[in-house]
Write a protein that binds this ligand. Structure first.
Ligand code: C2E
Ligand code: CA
Ligand code: CA
Ligand code: CA
Length: 287
Protein backbone atom coordinates (compact mmCIF):
# COMPACT_ATOMS: atom_id res chain seq x y z
CA UNK A 1 0.00 0.00 0.00
CA UNK A 2 1.04 3.54 -0.64
CA UNK A 3 1.95 5.37 2.53
CA UNK A 4 2.71 9.01 3.01
CA UNK A 5 6.39 9.61 2.40
CA UNK A 6 6.77 6.27 0.59
CA UNK A 7 8.34 5.99 -2.84
CA UNK A 8 5.73 7.22 -5.28
CA UNK A 9 7.47 5.48 -8.12
CA UNK A 10 6.80 2.03 -6.68
CA UNK A 11 3.34 2.18 -8.13
CA UNK A 12 4.50 3.02 -11.63
CA UNK A 13 4.38 0.36 -14.32
CA UNK A 14 7.71 0.70 -16.15
CA UNK A 15 6.48 -1.23 -19.18
CA UNK A 16 3.45 1.00 -19.57
CA UNK A 17 5.77 4.00 -19.31
CA UNK A 18 8.04 2.61 -21.99
CA UNK A 19 5.07 1.99 -24.25
CA UNK A 20 3.76 5.50 -23.69
CA UNK A 21 7.18 7.00 -24.38
CA UNK A 22 7.52 4.97 -27.56
CA UNK A 23 4.03 5.95 -28.64
CA UNK A 24 4.79 9.57 -27.97
CA UNK A 25 8.19 9.29 -29.64
CA UNK A 26 6.75 7.60 -32.69
CA UNK A 27 3.96 10.14 -32.97
CA UNK A 28 6.33 13.10 -32.94
CA UNK A 29 8.70 11.37 -35.38
CA UNK A 30 6.00 10.68 -37.98
CA UNK A 31 6.07 13.94 -40.00
CA UNK A 32 9.86 13.92 -40.40
CA UNK A 33 9.74 10.22 -41.27
CA UNK A 34 7.48 11.00 -44.20
CA UNK A 35 9.80 13.77 -45.38
CA UNK A 36 12.89 11.60 -44.98
CA UNK A 37 11.35 8.74 -46.93
CA UNK A 38 11.35 6.18 -44.10
CA UNK A 39 8.10 4.56 -45.26
CA UNK A 40 8.00 1.81 -47.82
CA UNK A 41 5.35 -0.43 -49.29
CA UNK A 42 5.15 -4.20 -49.53
CA UNK A 43 2.79 -5.89 -51.95
CA UNK A 44 0.84 -9.09 -51.42
CA UNK A 45 -0.62 -10.86 -54.45
CA UNK A 46 -4.34 -11.33 -55.00
CA UNK A 47 -4.90 -14.69 -56.62
CA UNK A 48 -7.88 -15.87 -58.66
CA UNK A 49 -9.19 -18.99 -56.93
CA UNK A 50 -10.53 -20.51 -60.14
CA UNK A 51 -7.30 -20.59 -62.16
CA UNK A 52 -4.59 -19.60 -59.66
CA UNK A 53 -3.48 -16.55 -61.65
CA UNK A 54 -2.19 -13.41 -59.97
CA UNK A 55 -4.66 -10.60 -60.66
CA UNK A 56 -3.18 -7.82 -58.58
CA UNK A 57 -1.82 -6.94 -55.16
CA UNK A 58 -2.65 -5.15 -51.94
CA UNK A 59 -0.30 -2.34 -50.89
CA UNK A 60 0.74 -2.58 -47.22
CA UNK A 61 2.80 0.24 -45.75
CA UNK A 62 5.77 -0.22 -43.36
CA UNK A 63 8.04 2.19 -41.51
CA UNK A 64 11.76 1.61 -41.49
CA UNK A 65 12.46 3.41 -38.24
CA UNK A 66 16.12 4.38 -37.70
CA UNK A 67 16.13 2.99 -34.12
CA UNK A 68 13.30 0.46 -33.96
CA UNK A 69 13.72 -1.20 -37.36
CA UNK A 70 10.73 -2.16 -39.49
CA UNK A 71 7.44 -1.26 -37.80
CA UNK A 72 4.16 -2.82 -38.85
CA UNK A 73 1.24 -0.55 -39.75
CA UNK A 74 -0.64 -1.57 -36.62
CA UNK A 75 2.07 0.28 -34.64
CA UNK A 76 1.84 3.62 -36.43
CA UNK A 77 -1.34 3.91 -38.54
CA UNK A 78 -3.49 4.61 -35.45
CA UNK A 79 -0.99 7.33 -34.42
CA UNK A 80 -1.03 8.83 -37.90
CA UNK A 81 -4.84 8.80 -37.82
CA UNK A 82 -4.83 10.51 -34.46
CA UNK A 83 -2.55 13.35 -35.62
CA UNK A 84 -3.98 13.73 -39.11
CA UNK A 85 -0.70 12.70 -40.76
CA UNK A 86 -2.63 9.81 -42.29
CA UNK A 87 -3.89 12.19 -44.98
CA UNK A 88 -0.48 13.01 -46.53
CA UNK A 89 0.81 9.50 -45.70
CA UNK A 90 -2.23 7.89 -47.33
CA UNK A 91 -1.82 10.09 -50.39
CA UNK A 92 1.82 9.04 -50.62
CA UNK A 93 0.88 5.36 -50.37
CA UNK A 94 -1.77 5.80 -53.07
CA UNK A 95 0.61 7.55 -55.45
CA UNK A 96 3.45 5.06 -54.93
CA UNK A 97 1.16 2.06 -55.34
CA UNK A 98 -0.55 3.34 -58.46
CA UNK A 99 2.87 4.14 -59.98
CA UNK A 100 3.96 0.63 -59.13
CA UNK A 101 0.86 -0.81 -60.81
CA UNK A 102 1.75 1.19 -63.90
CA UNK A 103 5.24 -0.34 -63.92
CA UNK A 104 3.84 -3.86 -63.57
CA UNK A 105 1.38 -3.22 -66.38
CA UNK A 106 4.11 -1.95 -68.70
CA UNK A 107 6.40 -4.86 -67.99
CA UNK A 108 3.67 -7.46 -68.22
CA UNK A 109 2.29 -6.11 -71.51
CA UNK A 110 1.66 -8.55 -74.33
CA UNK A 111 -1.61 -9.26 -76.10
CA UNK A 112 -2.32 -12.42 -74.15
CA UNK A 113 -1.73 -10.96 -70.69
CA UNK A 114 -4.88 -11.71 -68.65
CA UNK A 115 -5.87 -8.08 -68.07
CA UNK A 116 -3.85 -5.40 -66.28
CA UNK A 117 -2.56 -6.13 -62.79
CA UNK A 118 -4.75 -4.35 -60.30
CA UNK A 119 -3.76 -2.49 -57.15
CA UNK A 120 -5.62 -2.44 -53.83
CA UNK A 121 -4.94 0.43 -51.43
CA UNK A 122 -6.24 0.82 -47.87
CA UNK A 123 -8.08 4.01 -46.95
CA UNK A 124 -8.46 5.09 -43.37
CA UNK A 125 -11.74 6.67 -42.23
CA UNK A 126 -9.96 10.06 -41.85
CA UNK A 127 -9.12 10.00 -45.55
CA UNK A 128 -12.78 9.41 -46.37
CA UNK A 129 -13.82 12.61 -44.64
CA UNK A 130 -10.96 14.63 -46.15
CA UNK A 131 -12.31 16.87 -48.93
CA UNK A 132 -9.34 16.26 -51.26
CA UNK A 133 -9.85 12.51 -51.65
CA UNK A 134 -11.61 12.43 -55.01
CA UNK A 135 -9.42 15.08 -56.66
CA UNK A 136 -6.19 13.56 -55.32
CA UNK A 137 -7.21 10.18 -56.69
CA UNK A 138 -8.16 11.60 -60.08
CA UNK A 139 -4.84 13.49 -60.25
CA UNK A 140 -2.80 10.42 -59.38
CA UNK A 141 -4.59 8.27 -61.97
CA UNK A 142 -4.09 10.95 -64.62
CA UNK A 143 -0.43 11.50 -63.79
CA UNK A 144 0.32 7.79 -63.96
CA UNK A 145 -1.99 6.86 -66.83
CA UNK A 146 -3.53 4.00 -64.84
CA UNK A 147 -7.16 3.20 -65.62
CA UNK A 148 -9.57 3.77 -62.72
CA UNK A 149 -10.79 0.19 -62.96
CA UNK A 150 -7.29 -1.08 -62.12
CA UNK A 151 -7.61 0.59 -58.70
CA UNK A 152 -9.48 -0.79 -55.69
CA UNK A 153 -9.79 1.24 -52.51
CA UNK A 154 -10.31 -0.81 -49.34
CA UNK A 155 -12.46 0.68 -46.61
CA UNK A 156 -13.21 -1.18 -43.40
CA UNK A 157 -16.72 -2.25 -42.72
CA UNK A 158 -16.68 -0.39 -39.41
CA UNK A 159 -15.86 2.92 -41.15
CA UNK A 160 -19.05 2.67 -43.17
CA UNK A 161 -21.41 1.45 -40.48
CA UNK A 162 -24.09 4.05 -40.10
CA UNK A 163 -22.40 6.18 -42.76
CA UNK A 164 -24.54 9.08 -43.91
CA UNK A 165 -24.76 10.36 -47.46
CA UNK A 166 -22.02 12.97 -47.00
CA UNK A 167 -19.54 10.23 -46.16
CA UNK A 168 -20.66 8.06 -49.05
CA UNK A 169 -20.62 10.82 -51.66
CA UNK A 170 -16.86 10.72 -52.42
CA UNK A 171 -16.96 6.94 -52.59
CA UNK A 172 -19.89 7.10 -55.00
CA UNK A 173 -17.99 9.56 -57.20
CA UNK A 174 -14.99 7.25 -57.28
CA UNK A 175 -17.17 4.21 -57.98
CA UNK A 176 -18.86 6.04 -60.86
CA UNK A 177 -15.42 6.71 -62.35
CA UNK A 178 -14.78 2.96 -62.29
CA UNK A 179 -12.69 2.67 -59.12
CA UNK A 180 -13.62 -0.44 -57.16
CA UNK A 181 -14.49 -0.03 -53.51
CA UNK A 182 -13.91 -3.04 -51.27
CA UNK A 183 -15.43 -3.55 -47.85
CA UNK A 184 -12.44 -4.71 -45.78
CA UNK A 185 -12.56 -7.00 -42.73
CA UNK A 186 -16.11 -7.97 -43.67
CA UNK A 187 -17.98 -9.96 -41.07
CA UNK A 188 -16.23 -8.51 -38.02
CA UNK A 189 -18.63 -5.62 -37.50
CA UNK A 190 -22.33 -5.61 -36.89
CA UNK A 191 -23.00 -6.07 -40.56
CA UNK A 192 -26.38 -5.09 -41.61
CA UNK A 193 -26.47 -7.20 -44.73
CA UNK A 194 -29.44 -5.29 -46.13
CA UNK A 195 -27.37 -2.13 -45.75
CA UNK A 196 -24.93 -3.42 -48.36
CA UNK A 197 -27.24 -2.39 -51.16
CA UNK A 198 -26.87 1.23 -50.13
CA UNK A 199 -23.07 1.22 -50.22
CA UNK A 200 -21.08 1.88 -53.40
CA UNK A 201 -18.99 -1.28 -52.93
CA UNK A 202 -18.18 -3.93 -55.51
CA UNK A 203 -15.98 -6.26 -53.45
CA UNK A 204 -16.37 -7.90 -50.06
CA UNK A 205 -13.14 -8.85 -48.32
CA UNK A 206 -14.05 -11.64 -45.97
CA UNK A 207 -12.16 -11.28 -42.72
CA UNK A 208 -9.33 -13.65 -41.83
CA UNK A 209 -11.35 -15.12 -38.96
CA UNK A 210 -13.54 -16.95 -41.49
CA UNK A 211 -10.49 -18.37 -43.24
CA UNK A 212 -9.12 -19.53 -39.89
CA UNK A 213 -12.31 -21.45 -39.22
CA UNK A 214 -11.64 -23.46 -42.43
CA UNK A 215 -8.45 -24.80 -40.85
CA UNK A 216 -9.95 -28.04 -39.55
CA UNK A 217 -11.17 -30.70 -41.88
CA UNK A 218 -14.06 -31.08 -42.04
CA UNK A 219 -14.65 -27.42 -41.19
CA UNK A 220 -17.29 -26.43 -38.66
CA UNK A 221 -20.59 -26.87 -40.54
CA UNK A 222 -22.01 -23.65 -39.11
CA UNK A 223 -19.00 -21.65 -40.36
CA UNK A 224 -19.38 -23.27 -43.76
CA UNK A 225 -23.02 -22.25 -43.89
CA UNK A 226 -22.21 -18.68 -42.89
CA UNK A 227 -19.56 -18.28 -45.57
CA UNK A 228 -21.79 -19.96 -48.12
CA UNK A 229 -24.58 -17.54 -47.21
CA UNK A 230 -22.34 -14.47 -47.43
CA UNK A 231 -20.98 -15.56 -50.80
CA UNK A 232 -24.38 -16.20 -52.30
CA UNK A 233 -25.75 -12.91 -50.98
CA UNK A 234 -22.67 -11.05 -52.28
CA UNK A 235 -22.98 -12.62 -55.72
CA UNK A 236 -26.69 -11.86 -55.87
CA UNK A 237 -25.77 -8.20 -55.28
CA UNK A 238 -23.05 -8.40 -57.97
CA UNK A 239 -20.23 -8.18 -55.45
CA UNK A 240 -17.03 -10.18 -55.81
CA UNK A 241 -15.71 -11.98 -52.74
CA UNK A 242 -12.04 -11.89 -51.73
CA UNK A 243 -10.78 -13.93 -48.78
CA UNK A 244 -7.84 -12.89 -46.66
CA UNK A 245 -5.42 -14.88 -44.54
CA UNK A 246 -5.31 -18.06 -46.63
CA UNK A 247 -2.43 -20.01 -45.13
CA UNK A 248 -3.00 -23.56 -46.43
CA UNK A 249 -3.99 -25.30 -49.65
CA UNK A 250 -6.90 -26.94 -47.81
CA UNK A 251 -8.32 -23.53 -46.91
CA UNK A 252 -7.92 -22.32 -50.48
CA UNK A 253 -9.73 -25.40 -51.82
CA UNK A 254 -12.54 -25.11 -49.29
CA UNK A 255 -13.04 -21.41 -50.06
CA UNK A 256 -12.93 -22.07 -53.79
CA UNK A 257 -15.66 -24.69 -53.42
CA UNK A 258 -17.71 -22.22 -51.39
CA UNK A 259 -17.60 -19.86 -54.38
CA UNK A 260 -15.12 -17.20 -53.25
CA UNK A 261 -13.52 -15.40 -56.20
CA UNK A 262 -10.11 -14.18 -55.09
CA UNK A 263 -7.72 -15.07 -52.28
CA UNK A 264 -4.81 -13.52 -50.46
CA UNK A 265 -2.52 -15.02 -47.86
CA UNK A 266 0.77 -16.60 -46.89
CA UNK A 267 -0.13 -19.78 -48.78
CA UNK A 268 0.46 -17.80 -52.00
CA UNK A 269 2.96 -15.23 -50.80
CA UNK A 270 3.80 -13.00 -47.87
CA UNK A 271 3.80 -9.27 -48.53
CA UNK A 272 7.07 -8.44 -50.28
CA UNK A 273 8.94 -6.04 -52.53
CA UNK A 274 7.37 -5.08 -55.87
CA UNK A 275 9.84 -7.13 -57.92
CA UNK A 276 8.59 -10.27 -56.20
CA UNK A 277 5.05 -9.66 -57.39
CA UNK A 278 6.27 -9.09 -60.87
CA UNK A 279 8.05 -12.46 -60.87
CA UNK A 280 4.94 -14.25 -59.59
CA UNK A 281 2.66 -12.59 -62.10
CA UNK A 282 5.02 -13.05 -65.01
CA UNK A 283 5.56 -16.75 -64.34
CA UNK A 284 1.84 -17.08 -64.14
CA UNK A 285 1.17 -15.14 -67.36
CA UNK A 286 3.53 -17.25 -69.42
CA UNK A 287 3.11 -20.61 -67.67
P1 C2E B 1 -5.60 -5.43 -43.59
O1 C2E B 1 -5.97 -4.39 -44.58
O2 C2E B 1 -6.67 -6.34 -43.10
O3 C2E B 1 -4.39 -6.23 -44.27
C1 C2E B 1 -4.20 -7.61 -44.13
C2 C2E B 1 -3.18 -7.92 -43.07
O4 C2E B 1 -3.08 -9.36 -42.95
C3 C2E B 1 -1.76 -7.45 -43.41
O5 C2E B 1 -1.12 -7.11 -42.18
C4 C2E B 1 -1.13 -8.72 -44.00
O6 C2E B 1 0.28 -8.72 -43.93
C5 C2E B 1 -1.74 -9.77 -43.13
N1 C2E B 1 -1.77 -11.09 -43.78
C6 C2E B 1 -1.78 -11.35 -45.10
N2 C2E B 1 -1.86 -12.69 -45.34
C7 C2E B 1 -1.89 -13.29 -44.12
C8 C2E B 1 -1.98 -14.67 -43.71
O7 C2E B 1 -2.03 -15.61 -44.50
N3 C2E B 1 -1.99 -14.89 -42.35
C9 C2E B 1 -1.92 -13.88 -41.45
N4 C2E B 1 -1.94 -14.21 -40.16
N5 C2E B 1 -1.86 -12.57 -41.81
C10 C2E B 1 -1.84 -12.27 -43.14
P2 C2E B 1 -0.21 -5.81 -42.06
O8 C2E B 1 0.59 -5.63 -43.31
O9 C2E B 1 0.50 -5.87 -40.77
O10 C2E B 1 -1.28 -4.65 -42.02
C11 C2E B 1 -2.15 -4.51 -40.92
C12 C2E B 1 -3.23 -3.49 -41.17
O11 C2E B 1 -2.68 -2.18 -41.30
C13 C2E B 1 -3.98 -3.71 -42.48
O12 C2E B 1 -4.94 -4.73 -42.29
C14 C2E B 1 -4.59 -2.34 -42.70
O13 C2E B 1 -5.77 -2.19 -41.96
C15 C2E B 1 -3.52 -1.43 -42.14
N6 C2E B 1 -2.74 -0.83 -43.24
C16 C2E B 1 -1.69 -1.34 -43.94
N7 C2E B 1 -1.27 -0.48 -44.88
C17 C2E B 1 -2.08 0.62 -44.79
C18 C2E B 1 -2.15 1.87 -45.50
O14 C2E B 1 -1.40 2.16 -46.45
N8 C2E B 1 -3.14 2.74 -45.10
C19 C2E B 1 -4.01 2.45 -44.09
N9 C2E B 1 -4.93 3.34 -43.76
N10 C2E B 1 -3.96 1.29 -43.41
C20 C2E B 1 -3.01 0.38 -43.76
CA1 CA C 1 -6.93 -4.25 -46.48
CA1 CA D 1 -8.58 -6.94 -44.14
CA1 CA E 1 -7.51 -6.77 -40.79
Amino acid sequence: AKSAGGNRFELADPEADARAITRHGLTTALPAALERGEFFIEYQPLVHLGDGSVRGAEALVRWLHPQHGVLSPDRFIPLAEHTGLIVPLGRWVLEQSVRQARTWQERRGGADAPGPLRINVNLSPCQLTHPGLVQDTVDILERTGVEPDALCLEVTESALIGADDDLLKPLRRLAEMGVDIALDDFGTGYSNLANLRRLPVSVLKLDRSFTQSMQQFPADPVDLKIVEGIVSLAHSLDLAVTVEGVETGAQAEQLRILGCDTAQGWYYARPGPPERLHELALVDATG
